[in-house]
Design a protein around this ligand. Structure first.
Ligand code: FEO
Length: 531
């Protein structure tokens, strides 16, 4: 059978829903199913935009053939090679040997890896600004590396002002027959769009921002993503939400309390804190028991709000595994610029809080609110005032987000000790700027300072100048207590790596994601203690 919806003259949606899929991409729960969108343009030339997941391929094949009605398929545009869209590419291409594949250069490589060189040889490589004339339509291409894989491109139909956005602007959940966003309540649509964004491309805010900048130059009336409803009503609101997510700025002043508890002692403190916050007028509150809530939901809410409270029992001298996996989601997805508070429990050796803080310190822009709250087995009644003080500090931070931040560098330097966090609000570990000689880095004709190896610095980055040679010490040489860690970013795919200064020749360093060599730019440096 065939199933299609004509969304513009000669342009058809031909996707499908999978409601049997419990876990998307091997790790993300999709209780409301998943939709896969594809589009077929019947112009003078016939153009298929992406293929589909195996789960729903049968009807997809039948619909393509029904709509073609005996015409050849001239082009298959492959915007994204992830198998939820390309698993059926080889079969479709085999059914239509006349079709030319259109994709980026890296996508052609991936086609070869997935399906063999014979299919890859059918690819016509396009890049930024190239276009395909199909008769009455012009399809213009723009690259979108790391949204969500490095080979991704998006396609703009100049005549109908439609952006085919690949994974961008997608959502979890089946369509259930409601193809357009205006058939949905915006407030019910947004949470699964946010969870999709944060978990699929949340790590790549810089690259998403670049795509948003490109989209801002276009007159867009419709966005056709590869998942979720077609957007035509809520485009301004959703683009605005994307700007928040991509910049890691919270959407709302609110609090997420995420706790990991074994026998309820930690849970009870988390809940009591929630009531205290509510009493103080904070009602944008979400509590998560990490033993029962998948980290993808916690990450999504953590992207939304300004303040996060993490509460964990100490377990095998570490933090509880569910807290560990949630924290890993925060760090791997670059959840920056959040205000954290920490509660720890440890019947004989509370240690979870220190370990939580060590992980949070890795995220740029982390700030802490209130003192670390520690219980041993159960909260005592005489700790009530201490918990009240924590609640007041969090409430104040939520209500006055731009209030001056109290910086206590000396105390932060003592981060290795399992001591309480002190102070109302303070930033992640900082170090005083080193005393340096005038900058000695060469300046390229463009005016951009360059490293000695000729690699450009990221815009806005201020490199640490090389210190003037110090006079030889008369007495024993002091061993350095700190080292410089450099953060380098692959200019092609956006992968970031931290490397101790001078330990690698970055002109020869190979990106483990896109395999390009020597294409890294220096983003920033940080000074860390030598362990
Ligand atoms: Fe929908 Fe990145 O695949």
């Amino acid at each position: 059978m065939h199933c299609e919806e004509e969304i513009a003259k000669g342009l058809y949606w031909i996707g499908g829903d999978d409601r049997r899929l419990g876990i998307f991409e091997g790790g993300l729960p999709v209780p409301d199913g998943m939709s896969y969108n594809n589009y077929l343009l019947l112009d003078d030339k016939t153009v298929l935009l992406d293929t589909i997941d195996r789960a729903v391929e049968e009807r997809f094949f039948e619909t393509v053939n029904y709509l073609l009605d005996g015409r050849p398929l001239d082009y298959i545009i492959v915007q994204h090679m992830e198998p939820d869209h390309s698993a059926s590419l080889k079969q479709m291409a085999t059914m239509h040997p006349e079709a030319t594949l259109v994709c980026t250069r890296l996508c052609k490589t991936l086609i070869g890896q997935f399906f063999g060189e014979e299919l890859a040889e059918r690819a016509q490589v396009v890049t930024e600004g190239d276009s395909l004339e199909t008769g009455t339509h012009t399809l213009a291409f723009a690259t979108a590396p790391m949204v969500h894989w490095p080979e991704v491109m998006v396609t703009y139909d100049v005549q109908d002002k439609i952006l085919f956005s690949a994974d961008a602007f997608g959502s979890f959940g089946a369509l259930d027959g409601c193809l357009y966003d205006d058939l949905w309540d915006y407030d019910s649509l947004l949470p699964e769009m946010r969870r999709y964004y944060t978990n699929i491309v949340g790590k790549y805010g810089t690259q998403v921002t670049e795509l948003l900048d490109k989209a801002a130059t276009l007159d867009i009336e419709t966005i056709c993503p590869l998942h979720g409803p077609i957007l035509r009503e809520y485009i301004p609101e959703i683009v605005e939400a994307y700007k928040h997510w991509a910049s890691y700025e919270p959407e709302d002043q609110g609090v997420v309390i995420a706790y990991a508890s074994v026998y309820g002692g930690t849970r009870d403190v988390a809940e009591k804190l929630a009531f205290k916050l509510s009493d103080l007028g904070i009602h944008d509150l979400a509590l998560f028991d990490l033993s029962v809530t998948d980290p993808s939901y916690v990450l999504s809410e953590a992207f939304r709000v300004s303040n996060i409270v993490l509460a964990s029992v100490t377990y095998n001298a570490g933090m509880f595994p569910a807290m560990e996996s949630t924290l890993a989601e925060f760090t791997t997805h670059n959840l920056r610029s959040r205000k954290f508070s920490i509660i720890q429990n440890g019947s004989w050796g509370p240690n979870a809080g220190r370990l939580i803080k060590e992980e949070l310190d890795k995220i740029p822009g982390t700030q802490y609110v209130g003192e670390m709250f520690t219980i041993k087995s159960r909260m005592r009644d005489d700790q009530d005032a201490e918990l009240e003080a924590l609640a007041e500090a969090i409430a104040e931070s939520v209500k006055n987000p731009t209030a001056p931040i109290e910086v206590k560098l000396g105390e932060v330097e003592e981060e290795a000790k399992p001591a309480p966090i002190v102070g109302a609000v303070r930033p992640v570990k900082l170090s005083a700027p080193p005393t340096v000689a005038p900058a000695v880095n060469p300046v390229a004709p463009s005016g951009i300072p360059a490293t000695p190896g000729g690699i450009p610095f990221a815009p806005g980055f201020k490199p640490t100048a090389t210190a003037a040679p110090a006079p030889k010490p008369v007495e024993a040489v002091q061993q350095p207590k700190t080292k410089i860690i450099q953060i380098w970013r692959c200019t092609f795919c956006g992968y970031q790596v931290e490397i101790e200064k001078g330990k690698e020749d970055m002109t020869k360093f190979q990106c483990p994601i896109c395999l390009r060599v020597g294409e890294f730019m220096l983003v920033r440096e940080k000074e860390v203690p030598i362990a």
